[in-house]
Design a protein around this ligand. Structure first.
Ligand code: ZN
Length: 423
């Protein structure tokens, strides 16, 4: 294990608290890689020089790799995603009524609407200035809140269920008085110490200010926003760093790809359907086109994304024999309809790696009446032709503003990934 790696739960909590947006997650992981000796480069520079241990960071996308001393004959890849469902600030967000100032927000991905109510919210994301520079921005203070309607004004809510209109009922308040067009941009520019005319555009979202914390009478659980899928981003980063000191005399390149936009279908420049990972693999491989395709067919990919633990209050939602629990190890996800990319062959590589790492595993398949979500696994396997296995840490409350998982599982996943990268 590399002395730079940190598989402690405190390290994970630092990662979660720093990763308040995809760009912040990339920034934090990139800093970890830099500390461990990885060299930052860009697609524009790969033609001249490919560092043996390098990374490329672009907005919400992070690609990192370790090359063998011999020429690369196969790849081992871990894929995950940096984005989480949230509320994004609209381009012209200033709004309000009846003496309240509000921020116009657009729902990003499949949020659990109710989980965003009555939380103190900060702001995080990227701002592009008129000279083209990009800045990560974080307002780490309670500036907004979506207040729930009082029970006295909604007497049937507990019997009828809470129904929220995404356009009408999720607009946060952030002040009192008559709103003014341009007020949000002014607030942002003041926070950034630039003039508001310097701001060209932004990609900013609200986030829950509550920091990640251990939970339970024995502190065996971990509560945080964005566990899906920061847990996998952290495990991929620390796993590659941990494997950094391995003997590189083989012919396998280790790569991880942390994509943006998984929660909205992955079809973007920095999403898993975009071309960036394929570009990187081509640049890392020095042989002919045919040899490159041979290398891809010999390769293997772990698509890491969280899984559903069985909920004690809703046990009927799980298939009887496949009910994952926290702290019993990573979950192997299987779906006959290829919503997960797992095949018998790709599963075998993962199971063998778990055994080598001394890490237990669980298996998940959804009920026939409960279709599962998908991951980047089927996308990368379809586009690159690389056998892929879908795995992830078991959690509750997926897509809530605050999710829950076992405190030990993320490190178990990181141990498997470290072993995977150091076969
Ligand atoms: Zn996910």
């Amino acid at each position: 294990m590399s002395s730079f790696s940190d598989l402690s739960v405190d390290g994970l909590i630092r990662h979660l608290n720093a990763s308040v947006s995809p760009a912040h997650s990339v920034e934090y992981s990139a800093a970890r890689l830099r500390t461990a000796g990885f060299v930052e480069t860009s697609f524009g520079s790969l033609k001249e020089d490919v560092p043996a241990r390098g990374f490329i960071a672009e907005a919400g996308l992070l690609l990192a790799w370790t090359l063998p001393q011999q020429s690369t004959r196969q790849f081992r890849i871990v894929g995950a995603h940096t984005d989480s469902p949230c509320l994004k600030v609209k381009p012209l967000p200033d709004a309000g009524s009846f003496g309240w100032k509000q921020i116009g927000v657009e729902v990003y991905g499949g949020i659990l609407n109710n989980s965003w109510l009555d939380r103190d919210l900060g702001l995080a994301g990227r701002v592009v200035l008129t000279d083209g520079t990009v800045k990560n921005v974080r307002v780490d203070q309670a500036i907004a809140r979506i207040p729930q309607l009082a029970i006295h004004l909604d007497r049937e809510v507990n019997d009828r269920g809470l129904i929220l209109d995404k356009q009408v009922h999720l607009a946060p308040i952030w002040g009192l008085g008559q709103y003014r067009p341009g007020e949000f941009a002014d607030f942002l520019s003041e926070h950034m110490s630039v003039s508001s005319s310097d701001i060209a555009f932004w990609d900013i979202a609200l986030y829950d200010l509550t920091p990640a914390s251990l939970l339970g009478q024995d502190l065996s659980l971990l509560a945080s926003g964005r566990l899906d899928n920061q847990v996998s981003c952290w495990a991929a980063t620390e796993g590659l760093i941990a494997a950094n000191s391995i003997d590189l005399s083989g012919d396998t390149a280790s790569v991880f790809a942390l994509f943006d936009h998984e929660e909205v279908g992955s079809e973007s420049t920095h999403g898993a359907s975009g071309p960036r990972l394929a570009w990187l693999l081509e640049a890392l491989h020095t042989g002919t086109r045919t040899e490159f395709h041979e290398a891809l067919s010999r390769s293997h990919c772990i698509s890491a994304d969280n899984a559903h633990a069985v909920h004690p209050n809703y046990p009927d939602r799980h298939e009887l024999a496949h009910r994952p629990l926290p702290n019993l190890g990573p979950v192997l996800k299987v779906n006959a309809n290829q919503r997960y990319a797992t095949s018998p062959e790709s599963a075998e590589v993962f199971l063998r790696t778990c055994d080598l790492a001394g890490v237990p595993h669980q298996v998940f398949v959804s009920k026939n009446t409960m279709p599962c979500g998908s991951t980047i696994g089927p996308i990368t396997s379809t586009q690159l032709g690389i056998p892929t296995v879908d795995v992830g840490v078991a959690q509750l409350s997926m897509h809530s503003a605050r999710e829950l998982c076992g405190a030990n599982d993320p490190a178990l996943l990181a141990q498997v990934i470290a072993r995977y990268f150091a076969p």
